[in-house]
Design a binder for this molecule. Structure first.
Ligand SMILES: *Cc1c(COP(=O)(O)O)cnc(C)c1O
Length: 343
């Protein structure tokens, strides 16, 4: 295969350690959301790694994502969050996986095609995005429901919606029979045991995101982007760097140009904010992030050569703040030009 000049270093132990910490917080069956190709890490590897740590319940968005996972590890189960759309019957027919039915028309489609095969159902407790309405619960009678799900809209904040959604979900639980009940994502787990019910669906916290301050210092960084040096040169005092000439050197400055840019999901808003890392030394980015390149001040880096690998300081909370994006975007945006290297 052709060499790729940028790679994501993915820390298997950190991923497992985050899952274990989250599982300990929840105190109940703890699954993992692995949609969007495992939040960009590679869903097949994520599932294998978390199954190895003890996870059994996995969640993707679409049947296409389910198929891409191939054969699951022994004992693992999978649910498809977007349910059974008009074009999904064929995929569902030969699949061992459960849809999470989101609308009454999905429920009818499922009943008509598969009778009393087990399914999951998502109810809408106030997010108004996906889910069967609180006024439609009677229509679920007779379905064989494995897990009844709800989803929190504001769990990463101290918001009155949290208690309201908890109350509505508890009311739905009293009315709808299911094997298990599940409400919490990563942030929801940190709201307390009341929110855990029988099963939780963490995503971002497994991958190094810090959804609430309760998780600070407990969640380990999992993903580190590294890029190769394309060129080394010295920018003369008074000369500028990059598009828009936004940075001007005050003194002669040695600069390394790295093979990473905003087309790789390295946000352009990180211009002048993010750092590369060499040993323990943070090296400032100079000028604007280009589509495929970024310039780094290597004054304090010691000996750097073309072809050397340089890591980017990519702690999700900090990157998200600096770039003005969510931690989810900072992670899932990291594109297909990275080789994924599991260590
Ligand atoms: C993506 C998703 C999750 C995981 O959410 P995080 O905030 O990443 O922990 C849980 N539940 C549902 C329904 C989701 O779509």
């Amino acid at each position: 295969m052709t060499h790729k000049p940028l790679r994501l270093i993915i820390d298997r132990k950190a991923l497992q350690s985050n899952w274990r910490w989250i599982a300990a917080q929840s105190g109940v069956e703890t699954g993992a959301a692995v949609k969007a190709d495992g939040y960009g890490l590679g869903a097949v590897e994520v599932v294998a790694t978390l199954a190895d740590a003890g996870a059994k319940e996995f969640f993707v968005s679409t049947w296409d994502e389910a198929e891409a996972l191939g054969k699951l590890p022994e004992g693992a189960r999978l649910a498809v969050l977007h349910g059974l759309g008009p074009d999904d019957a064929l995929a569902a027919k030969d699949s061992p996986h459960r849809p999470v039915l989101n609308t009454m028309s999905q429920v009818q489609r499922w009943r008509a095609a598969f009778g009393d095969r087990a399914c999951d159902v998502m109810i809408d407790t106030g997010m108004n995005r996906l889910g069967v309405g609180m006024d439609e619960l009677d229509g679920l009678q007779g379905l064989r429901i494995d897990t009844l799900h709800g989803h929190l809209a504001c769990a990463d904040e101290d918001h009155p919606m949290n208690a309201l959604q908890l109350e509505r979900f508890s009311a739905a639980k009293a009315r709808v029979e299911a094997q298990r009940y599940a409400l919490a994502n990563s942030a929801g787990i940190l709201l307390g045991k009341d929110y855990a019910f029988d099963l939780v669906r963490p995503g971002i916290a497994l991958y190094g995101g810090v959804p609430r301050r309760e998780a600070e210092l407990m969640i380990e960084q999992v993903v580190t982007p590294e890029a190769q040096v394309v060129q080394i040169h010295t920018v003369k005092a008074g000369d500028s760097v990059g598009y828009g000439a936004t940075f001007t050197a005050e003194r002669d400055t040695p600069v390394a140009t790295l093979n990473i840019g905003y087309a790789d999901g390295f946000a352009r808003n990180l211009s002048g904010k993010a750092h590369a890392v060499r040993g323990n030394t943070l090296l400032p980015l100079l000028g604007r992030v280009s589509m495929d390149l970024v310039a780094v001040d290597i004054s304090r880096a010691g000996d750097v050569r073309e072809g050397d690998w340089m890591a980017i300081d990519y702690q999700l909370p900090q990157i998200a703040r600096d770039a003005g994006i969510s931690q989810y975007e900072a992670l899932t945006g990291l594109g297909q030009r990275f080789e994924r290297v599991w260590v």
